[in-house]
Ligand binder design. Structure first.
Ligand code: FES
Length: 114
């Protein structure tokens, strides 16, 4: 099964093909926001893909439109709730500051590691 690793926390999870990056973050407790519940209606699940972008589903128009409203958008940007694992290869992502801030706002009792 493909493994998704989340930086800077360096936590990871193995997920099934077809699962999303957001599914993987929930599986390992990585602090990735999901204010809209994974419905491509916010940008709080924004990550930068550092390795394995070829192992993710192609970006659709609704994801691209939503990313236009995010901060610090780069060629490696994806929405974690929209990017699905399509192969057996591993993926490494960095959770954006925007996403981390959203996560800790949604989970105020969790201790912020960085
Ligand atoms: S959780 Fe809102 S767009 Fe991904």
């Amino acid at each position: 099964m493909p493994r998704v690793t989340f930086l800077p926390d360096d936590v990871s999870a193995e997920v099934a093909e077809g699962d999303t990056i957001l599914d993987a973050s929930k599986a390992c407790g990585a602090p990735e926001g999901d204010a809209c519940g994974g419905n491509c209606a916010c940008s709080t699940c924004h990550v930068h893909v550092l390795e394995g972008i070829e192992n993710l589903s192609e970006m659709q128009d609704d994801e691209a439109d939503r990313l236009d409203m995010a901060f610090d958008v780069r060629p490696s940007s994806r929405l974690g709730c929209q990017a699905r694992l399509v192969g057996k290869g591993d993926v490494v992502v960095e959770i954006t500051q925007e996403s981390r801030d959203a996560y800790y706002n949604e989970h105020p009792t969790e201790r912020r590691a960085g």
